[in-house]
Design a protein around this ligand. Structure first.
Ligand SMILES: [Fe+2]
Length: 389
């Protein structure tokens, strides 16, 4: 019998090459005053941007532009919101990577309420957000976080009192997710690798999650099949539009899966490291993926009743190692993950700038989330130490 589950709302999904041309029409559903949130360069210089600005001009759409650099902090959001509360836009549109989409999502949620965002964040806040927001359209220019389909915006403050926490509400799922793979063509190779590994981690963690359900399982496997065909090709040749489309699909799907099934220990690390260091989220996920899965498998094998999770690992192995008749497909899958880390040139934690003295602190602050098995602090230290290169 199917176990109990919930499956949250989805955005209106508009997917496909050149769908960016539909944006002016989608904006007009809400009105003509737009707050456009972008990154420094992800959209601004592209030919799609030129066409977009021409189209909005001819439609008399009034655009206020806000550029976000790096991952959004609470003060960046508070400052932006203070400006736009005075004369709120009819719709917020975010075009960029995960940080830009999270910034747009948080701004759209904070304009209609009073107070600072920190008061509403999970883990630091004391207030419940009522869930009201300005309509929000998310448009990714990387393939990674899946923020275009999730109900949370990640806000970080780096340093001594640092944190990486979510503003979360079912209503914060974007109203529209417009995914045009052509917008990801200009994504640089190192970001293609890091965001691609974030997406891979999200699909695998949601699939293996102790909160997974039949819907998230089915979707995660479709996302993983697309990723298998696309990740390396998109990394090698950024102009390969088929590979870019495959990764756009995988990233969108990873967002839907994580919003409904949760994530595992790798995202636990991403959260604890993200509060201390300014290292891209995808780099942390990518560099820790192989070892974290290796240790998770090791622990699962020691625990009675882990068969369903190990069977899921076998399913993953069969997707990624087709035709491989090795003695143990799960071990071969772990080897495949180690090989992928090398192939995508993901830096180790030392190269990424982490101080070795902080590893213990990071391990103690790491939550295993919905990992199929709870790892000990010793296991977490081992994972970090193995990737301290
Ligand atoms: Fe992620």
């Amino acid at each position: 019998m199917t176990k109990h589950f919930q499956f949250g709302r989805l955005p209106l999904i508009v997917f496909g090459e050149r769908t960016i041309s539909q944006l002016p029409g989608l904006i007009k559903r809400y009105g003509k005053e737009v707050l456009l949130v972008t990154g420094r360069s992800s959209f601004g210089n592209s030919s799609s941007a030129v066409k977009f600005y021409e189209a909005v001009k001819s439609e008399n759409i009034d655009i206020n532009k806000l550029v976000i650099q790096g991952e959004p902090s609470d003060s960046i959001i508070d400052e932006a919101v203070a400006v736009y509360r005075v004369n709120p836009p009819r719709v917020v549109v975010a075009i960029g990577g995960g940080s830009v989409m999270d910034a747009g999502k948080a701004i759209s949620a904070m304009i209609p309420v009073q107070g600072k965002i920190i008061d509403f964040l999970e883990g630091t806040g004391t207030r419940d957000h009522p869930g009201i927001k300005i309509p929000f359209i998310a448009i990714p220019t990387t393939s990674g976080t899946g923020s275009e389909a999730t109900k949370n915006a990640v806000i970080s403050r780096v340093g001594k009192n640092g944190f990486k926490k979510s503003l979360r509400h079912d209503n914060f799922v974007p109203d529209i997710a417009l995914i045009d793979p052509e917008l990801t063509i200009s994504c640089p190779q190192n970001i293609t690798a890091a965001s691609g590994m974030d997406c891979f981690t999200q699909l695998v963690e949601a699939y293996l999650s102790n909160k997974a359900n039949e819907y998230t399982n089915a979707l995660a496997l479709e996302g993983l099949k697309a990723l298998k065909l696309s990740l390396i090709n998109a990394y090698i040749d950024g102009n390969d539009i088929e590979a870019r489309a495959g990764m756009s699909f995988a990233a969108l799907t990873s967002g839907i899966c994580l919003a409904n099934a949760g994530l595992g220990v790798i995202h636990g690390f991403a959260s604890s490291i993200g509060g201390l260091y300014n290292i891209p989220h995808g780099v942390v996920c990518g560099t820790l993926m192989a070892v974290s899965n290796e240790i998770t498998v090791k622990r699962l094998r020691e625990i009675y009743g882990s068969e369903p999770f190990l069977s899921k690992y076998s399913v993953l192995a069969r997707i990624f190692l087709e035709g491989n008749d090795s003695r143990n497909e799960i071990d071969s899958f772990i080897e495949y993950l180690h090989g992928l880390t090398e192939k995508l040139h993901l830096p180790g934690l030392k190269t990424a700038g982490i101080n070795e003295n902080d590893l213990k602190k990071i391990a103690s602050a790491t939550d295993c989330k919905n990992n199929p098995v709870k790892l000990t602090t010793g296991d977490l230290c081992e994972i970090l130490q193995r990737r301290y290169i």
